[in-house]
Design a protein around this ligand. Structure first.
Ligand SMILES: C[S@@+](CC[C@H](N)C(=O)[O-])C[C@H]1O[C@@H](n2cnc3c(N)ncnc32)[C@H](O)[C@@H]1O
Length: 414
């Protein structure tokens, strides 16, 4: 399935049309973390051609503009007055619409796909008005078979709008992996007091809470260890024991099996042995009440994403970094990171936020190379073509399906 619209470029056209702008380091760090102030299309291309990072990024989270037709501003010193009003300093504008917006996102996604590692994942935060079109574009780029979740994120309390329609209190996060072999550190959420009573309704004499589950599961096994009689009972037709009969016998000796009045055995599951609940695809992470940056996201949301889909030493990338919520989550969880944003206000917010990471035994203080597009005397950022990069571009190949591939010398294994 594909979304077709006028002026949709091929992946090669996208790559070739991105100007090669020199990025210059303006601090003296030699840390591998990168904070880049630039148009993200330009910066992403440089990560591929100059930094040799194709196929090396384990986690991408992006929260791009949502085609809201707003200009987002910051009014100095009063975080609560951040709004889309015309007062204050402009943080960023969000004025692209329709297919122009879709192509803007698609261009970035094509490059992000090149950067993603084989065990990598991408999370894209978007709203309900445009998100379904973006889903089709992501299916096309990452493959519908790699679509993992459409996460509903509850972003605010219910509102009483006058307009006809249901109140909107959610947006969505589209989650794809590069392959089936993705990094996945199963996230668990703590049980609430209500969950504890509901999910573990029984108590032992000593007050220990537990529930019971059937000892058998669907599917029949022929002549296997899980199809034999346990205490003279066979698994019901069409089902098998969850474990070998010898294990069931051991559980029974250890008092881990509860027998009902009519002789039906069930396994006891204790609350104090569980890490928490499996996370589902509805997440409540409301936006901060006093944001330091417009549309700043909840840090706990990014913490979950980083912990679940990256490992220590993974590289985490956010190319719509805003106030650096993703970068801080990466830093505090011991990941390497790359942040890109073109806005002066965003870079200020990011550096301030990263400065709040206090180093300790387990978390190092933030350190990063700060790169920016080379400025010209007019102080305007302009695009520059470098002969070296033009040559590198010629090395990039398209495969038979028109997807961009990276030459061996730039591949992650080289
Ligand atoms: C919705 S905000 C991200 C907020 C962020 N998730 C946070 O928690 O603070 C989107 C950001 O994308 C940046 N942006 C938009 N278009 C860009 C582009 N072409 N290149 C670089 N940054 C861009 C804007 O400056 C803005 O800071």
């Amino acid at each position: 399935m594909q979304l077709n619209y006028p002026n949709k470029k091929t992946e090669k056209e996208i790559f070739d049309s991105i100007p090669d702008v020199e990025l210059v380091q303006i601090n003296s760090s030699d840390n591998p973390n990168l904070l880049i102030q630039a148009n993200n299309l330009v910066a992403l291309k440089q990560l591929i051609t100059k930094h040799n990072l194709a196929g090396k990024i384990d986690l991408i989270y992006i929260d791009p503009p949502f085609a809201t037709n707003n200009t987002f501003t910051i009014t100095d010193g009063r975080a609560s007055t951040i709004s889309n009003s015309s007062n204050g300093t402009v943080a960023y504008t969000d004025t692209l619409k329709g297919f122009d917006f879709i192509e803007f996102i698609r261009e970035r996604l094509v490059l992000l796909n090149m950067l993603l590692s084989e065990k990598g994942s991408i999370y894209l935060h978007i709203d309900y008005k445009i998100g379904h079109y973006v889903k089709i574009v992501m299916d096309e780029i990452f493959g519908i078979e790699n679509f993992r979740n459409d996460i509903t994120r509850i972003k605010c309390n219910p509102k009483n709008f006058a307009r006809k329609g249901f109140g909107n209190m959610k947006d969505l996060i589209l989650f794809y992996s590069k392959s089936d072999n993705l990094i996945w550190n199963e996230p668990k959420t703590p049980y609430t007091e209500e969950d504890k009573l509901k999910l573990f309704p029984k108590t032992e004499k000593d007050g220990r809470r537990y529930t019971t589950i059937p000892l058998h599961a669907p599917g029949e096994t022929q002549n296997g260890k899980t199809s034999k009689a346990f205490k003279g009972i066979l698994p019901p037709p069409g089902r098998h024991w969850r474990s070998d009969v010898t294990i069931l016998e051991q559980w029974d000796k250890d008092g881990l099996i509860e027998w009902s009045d009519n002789g039906n055995p069930r396994k006891k599951i204790y609350l104090d042995e569980q890490e928490g609940k499996r996370m589902q695809d509805i997440w409540e992470f409301k936006d901060p009440q006093y944001p330091v940056y417009p549309t700043e996201k909840n840090p706990d949301l990014l913490d979950i994403v980083v912990k679940t889909s990256s490992n220590e030493n993974s590289i985490v990338l956010d190319c719509f970094a805003g106030s650096g919520t993703t970068l801080k989550a990466a830093q505090t969880n011991g990941r390497h990171w790359i942040g890109i944003d073109q806005s002066d206000e965003a870079i200020k917010a990011i550096t301030t936020k990263l400065d709040t990471v206090e180093g300790d035994l387990f978390v190092s203080k933030s350190d990063y190379k700060l790169l920016t597009e080379k400025k010209h005397s007019s102080q305007q950022r302009v695009y520059e073509m470098g002969a070296e990069v033009v040559n590198q571009r010629a090395e990039l190949l398209t495969n038979s399906s028109g997807k961009l591939t990276v030459p061996a010398s730039k591949s992650p294994t080289s």
